[in-house]
Design a protein around this ligand. Structure first.
Ligand code: ADP
Length: 397
């Protein structure tokens, strides 16, 4: 079975074509700056790469373009569009309606529209991508895989906020959590690497990238996570502020005369390690600046490492202990010094990092010492393969 995996953002679209007989990635690529005259289309196949700059007015044109590339004489990997058996879409918000991936029907589309209220930046482009595929390939089954679904197993005591209960009932105000597909992949993969059933492990997964979240995964089920009603909550991130005293929002809006959308921009785009350092949202830049003596860059890094460590402690408490801590995504997979700084002080928990083993990037690897009772691993995330696997399973039903 051949599955096309699509991740549609507001102005971008990422794709992978996966042969599910052996989980081989046949081709992948990216369309950026959709809606612009100088949109960029990058297609990679068989170790080769092609980049084209052209006008791409909308997502439908982008989908058609990638289908043309996939079936092209020169850079194609399939003879025709008919070779695509199913399409799997990343959808950011499934609300409380979706606790698992689902086949897309007219009814599901209506539910996705309802969830858009809660993810106004993310869900609409996901829906546009689904409609574009429907228009071009009406007979190919499509599956939605949600960032929020994995977290639907959280108990109410973990997902409720201390606000009037009606706000939950009437407005859906609760913790949803995000990066669920990544957390689910890493939990399954680390269990596989350890040769243990995921149902017998208490895992804390640290997904640390531009956006960061931790998840407490007990016996294969998420019991708590750091992101909340939106992906703004939890640890401070590249440009997002993370957890705040909610009264700060009112105070700053009042004192600075900011509108809700200006405050939203401040918290989502101008905060986090960028806002603290004034240098960059990229952890490599921060490391370099800190090494040259930039104190605010060092402060941003210290805050990030401290907050991740603090949540590890909180999630160990939430699960009555922890068996394995995993690191994934850009910083988690590559930030050797970041991992060392986060783990410095976790020894009381029985988690001892091995400096030699920690000297690793981007592959499944044990990084704790032999006498560490809590095992620690780097596990590169692979959200695309989870989407492809779910799609295959649902379509085969
Ligand atoms: P996204 O959330 O956009 O998917 P990624 O998971 O790709 O983000 O993570 C991007 C982050 O990973 C950037 O801040 C980048 O600095 C960081 N990163 C990449 N390589 C390294 C490295 N070698 N050391 C530290 N951080 C790194």
């Amino acid at each position: 079975m051949i599955v096309l995996v699509l991740n549609c953002g507001s102005s971008s679209l990422k794709y992978q074509l996966v042969n599910m007989d052996n989980e081989e990635v046949m081709a992948k690529g990216l369309v950026e700056r959709i809606g612009m005259e100088d949109a960029v289309f990058t297609h990679k196949w068989n170790g080769q790469k092609k980049e084209v700059t052209q006008s791409i007015p909308d997502h439908k044109v982008a989908v058609q373009l990638l289908l043309n590339a996939l079936t092209d004489k020169e850079c194609g990997v399939i003879a025709s569009m008919d070779a695509i058996d199913a399409i799997g879409h990343r959808v950011v918000h499934g609300g409380e309606e979706f606790a698992a991936s689902t086949l897309i029907t007219d009814e599901v589309m209506k539910a996705l529209e309802r969830c858009s209220d809660m993810a106004p930046l993310h869900n609409p482009p996901n829906i546009i991508g689904i409609n574009a595929c429907k228009a071009i390939m009406p007979n190919v089954p499509q599956v939605a895989v949600f960032d929020t679904a994995f977290h639907q197993t959280m108990p109410a005591k973990a997902y409720m906020y201390g606000l009037p209960y009606e706000l939950y009932k009437e407005n859906g105000i609760r913790r949803y959590g995000f990066h669920g597909t990544s957390h689910r992949y890493v939990a399954g993969q680390v269990a596989k690497v350890m040769g243990k059933p995921v149902e017998e492990l208490r895992i804390i997964n640290c997904h640390l990238g531009n956006g960061s979240s931790l998840a407490a995964i007990k016996n294969g089920k998420c019991v708590d996570t750091t992101m909340g009603f939106t992906p703004l909550a939890g640890v401070l991130m590249g440009t997002r502020c993370g957890d705040l005293d909610p009264a700060i929002v009112l105070n700053v809006m009042d004192k600075k005369g900011l509108s809700t959308s200006e405050m939203d921009t401040l918290m989502n785009k101008k905060s986090g390690v960028l806002g603290i350092s004034g240098v960059s949202s990229d952890f490599r830049d921060l490391g370099a600046a800190a090494a040259e003596g930039n104190e605010r860059a060092q402060l941003a890094l210290d805050m990030f490492h401290y907050q991740v460590r603090k949540f590890i402690g909180a999630f160990a408490a939430a699960m009555g202990g922890v068996d394995v801590i995993t690191f994934t995504a850009g910083v988690g997979e590559n930030g050797i010094e970041d991992r060392a700084a986060i783990c410095d002080g976790l020894e009381y928990l029985g988690a001892k990092l091995c400096p030699e083993r920690n000297n690793v990037r981007g592959k499944d690897a044990l990084i704790s010492t032999d006498d560490s009772t809590v095992k620690m691993y780097v596990i590169p995330t692979n959200e695309e393969i989870m989407i492809a696997r779910d799609t295959k399973e649902i379509v085969a039903e």
